[in-house]
Design a protein around this ligand. Structure first.
Ligand code: GDG
Length: 480
């Protein structure tokens, strides 16, 4: 694969964000750096391997830079005005669709001007993708910011093969029906040849909706639309296991893990949370459970410590600012009530860290807490498992993550129920080491056999892309 004579690419990824951030060094020079976030962690290796193009936004409002190359990928920036960032990105994408698709864990806002901006920006992305694609190319569109792109792109370029993958949950029919202009959104997705979801339930929700909203007749995992077949299936996303392996093998990372443990208080057991600061991640409920365990005397500040990394995210949206305030109040309450001088019960880090530091934290942890109220997959859970080649450490995992379907050897909890989170934490802390090792071994087998490469090959194989044989599923099934 690669570029054709006319500059078109045979493989094009379309996502809201390019996989880079612009940073200014101390010398005042601008440069591009890989950005954090699930989508980027997931896709960068796939595009790099195929020498493809990536269409997306740089993260800054205003004019877009010319296309440029990085890490074997051609990046083609799409411009967004400041108003479009407000309306399309922070508005319709993150204050309407995001909360609604996550089972209304926060109230969505519905605004006509946001919907208009969303449509205009989706059209711009579709045009940019049409410009980037070689004849008969494959275009892989990603996520909830671009639900209208598949149909728009098909209109412009009926020759290309279109895949769409949704990284977040697809809601039950009765929730989707609350969306204004719901039919257009559904029709947008139906422009794809293959619509991928994190789980089987999401694919079923989508297919049910085609019957209800578009009067179509879905059968098994497919539905006929205008003489074409649209396939809807689950492709649970995963992580770059090789990257995690490389970091865990690095003596500097191992040393850093030992140092973290010493600094946090020698023989105290380390509980760890790593999340974007997002209301879907259940950080408040987790902190409350931890507070209550200390208050009940079930655990003590002498024996246990919690490190909560909360990566800054969507900071201009009111609900995220309010969440930050509530989380920081809860951290303050717990520290105030149970802390000692020089020994805090919670280390709250509202910062973004490098990958090596994250992996050192995974290695240092005794119990990893992943307790979202709703999450499409959750890569942190899989990264933790992949990091634990020592087969130690316990994972407390919310049933409402996509990851729970694969990692059922975790300590599964109802993340909406603080008492159940407490139970899960106590079980994890008191588990027999042999039981923990057996659980970890099973979970590691699952993640290692289904890494990001498997996910991409599986999706692209079903989409029918050359070089991505459809037997990925069968081959991996035979391996395990
Ligand atoms: C969406 C869906 C789905 C976190 N803090 C830092 C950092 N991270 C990395 C983690 C992990 C990724 O970001 C987060 O991925 P998640 O899957 O946990 O969550 P979302 O960002 O909500 O992702 C989710 C995912 O898309 C993929 O489809 O699993 O359900 O919501 O890789 O390690 N990375 C660095 N510094 C940090 O401080 N470098």
């Amino acid at each position: 694969m690669g570029e054709d004579a006319g500059g078109g690419h045979e493989f094009v990824v379309v996502a809201n964000r390019l996989p880079v951030d612009e940073v200014t060094g101390e010398d005042g020079q601008h440069r591009w750096e890989r950005s954090p976030g699930g989508l980027v962690s997931a896709l960068q290796p796939v595009v790099r391997q195929r020498g493809g193009a990536w269409v997306g936004w740089t993260g800054s409002a205003g004019e877009a830079p010319e296309p440029f190359d990085i890490d074997g990928m051609r990046l083609r920036p799409v411009p967004l005005s400041a108003e479009e960032v407000d309306q399309y990105y922070e508005g319709q994408s993150n204050a309407t669709i995001w909360p609604l698709f996550h089972d209304l864990v926060e109230q969505p806002t519905h605004r006509r001007d946001w919907r208009r901006a969303y449509e205009a920006v989706n059209r711009r992305f579709a045009r940019a993708a049409a410009d980037a694609a070689a004849p008969d190319a494959t275009v892989w569109v990603h996520d909830y910011q671009l639900l209208l792109v598949p149909a728009m792109l098909r209109e412009l370029r009926p020759d290309v093969r279109i895949g769409f993958f949704l990284h977040i949950p697809f809601p039950p029919v009765e929730l989707f029906m609350q969306l204004p202009r719901r039919r257009e959104l559904l029709t947008g997705l139906l422009g794809a040849d293959l619509v991928g979801f994190q789980g089987a339930l999401a694919a079923q929700n989508f297919l049910r909706l085609t019957r209800l909203l578009a009067g179509l007749e879905p059968k098994d995992d497919r539905v006929e639309v205008d003489g074409r077949t649209v396939v809807a299936r689950a492709f649970p996303i995963s992580i770059d296991v090789a990257e995690v392996d490389q970091l865990t093998a690095d003596p500097a990372v191992q040393e850093r893990a030992r140092q973290l443990r010493t600094e946090l208080g020698g023989d105290r057991r380390l509980l760890l949370g790593v999340d974007r600061l997002d209301y879907t991640k259940g950080i408040e409920q987790r902190l409350e459970a931890y507070h209550d365990l200390l208050a009940d005397g079930e655990i003590s500040n002498d024996d246990v410590v919690l490190v909560q990394v909360a990566t800054p995210s969507r900071q201009r949206i009111t609900q995220y600012q309010q969440l930050r305030e509530r989380v920081e109040r809860e951290v303050g309450r717990t520290t105030g009530e149970f802390g000692d001088v020089g020994r805090a019960p919670v280390h709250y880090l509202f910062q973004s860290f490098g990958r090596a530091e994250l992996v050192a934290l995974y290695l240092a942890a005794d119990v990893m807490l992943v307790t979202p109220l709703r999450d499409g997959m959750n890569l942190v859970a899989k990264e933790f498992v992949a990091a634990r080649r020592d087969e130690q450490g316990a994972l407390v995992l919310s049933e409402f993550t996509g990851a729970a379907a694969e990692l059922d050897d975790a300590f599964l909890v109802n993340a909406h129920d603080t008492d159940d989170i407490k139970r899960g934490i106590l079980e994890a802390l008191n588990a027999d080491p042999q039981d923990l090792a057996a659980r970890m071994r099973h979970m590691r087998e699952q993640v290692r056999a289904h890494d990001i490469d498997y996910w991409a090959r599986d999706f692209l194989g079903v989409l029918g892309v050359p070089g991505a044989p459809p037997e990925a599923r069968e081959a991996a099934a035979a391996k395990s």
